[in-house]
Design a protein around this ligand. Sequence first.
Ligand SMILES: Cc1cc2nc3c(=O)[nH]c(=O)nc-3n(C[C@H](O)[C@H](O)[C@H](O)COP(=O)(O)O)c2cc1C
Length: 207
Amino acid sequence: MDKKVFRDINYGMYIVSTKDDKKVGCVINTLTQITSDNPTISISLNKENYTNEVIRKMKKFSVSILSEETSPNTIAKFGFSSSKDVDKYVDVPYEEVEDNVVITDNICGYLICEVINIIDVGTHDVFIARVIDAKKVSDLPPMTYSYYHKVIKGTSPRKAPTYVLEDVESDEEVWVCDVCGYVHKGPISDDFICPICGVNRSHFQKK
Ligand SMILES: Cc1cc2nc3c(=O)[nH]c(=O)nc-3n(C[C@H](O)[C@H](O)[C@H](O)COP(=O)(O)O)c2cc1C
């Protein structure tokens, strides 16, 4: 199967948040609107992601719709570390809305959702949810998954459903950021800064 063709499926970029005794959340691209009347959506979450565990328990979550102006650092933090180990909300703007937490870093808007069904699809669960409130907060252009890959040059971690091993020429030098997983191909300079999470050259490991 040629999995590269999946890259031609269009997606947006979102942060899904929820909370029990602590705030958790992660980046997703797998959100789909299902119905418009009595609106419903679906999201796909890896069973190994801590956010999945807490949403299963709390049966509610918010979705922040990211824009092209959302900071790459916010995406790195919510997309490459686990809420189990770190408080992702430190230094990231957020608001409490209707007993939910919503990331507000240059977003287009947000949805407040209640889970109505969970479908087990092996590595991931698909959560079907009713949107109980929604708000547009800016006219910023929504960030697409393609923009994230092509313009920000972001990568996807193993636990993202759309993960595809990067194509690498066999004799090419490859350096991988140990914070966010960004892949730099070719020689790397001493003053290189990760374009995704901003760490310096010492965080790059040669593969
Ligand atoms: C661009 C991008 C898209 C992602 N899409 C998804 C997704 O749709 N579903 C998912 O479960 N994880 C996705 N991930 C991975 C999670 O954000 C990541 O595993 C995160 O560290 C999980 O954090 P948690 O353990 O706090 O839940 C994506 C990550 C990135 C960077």
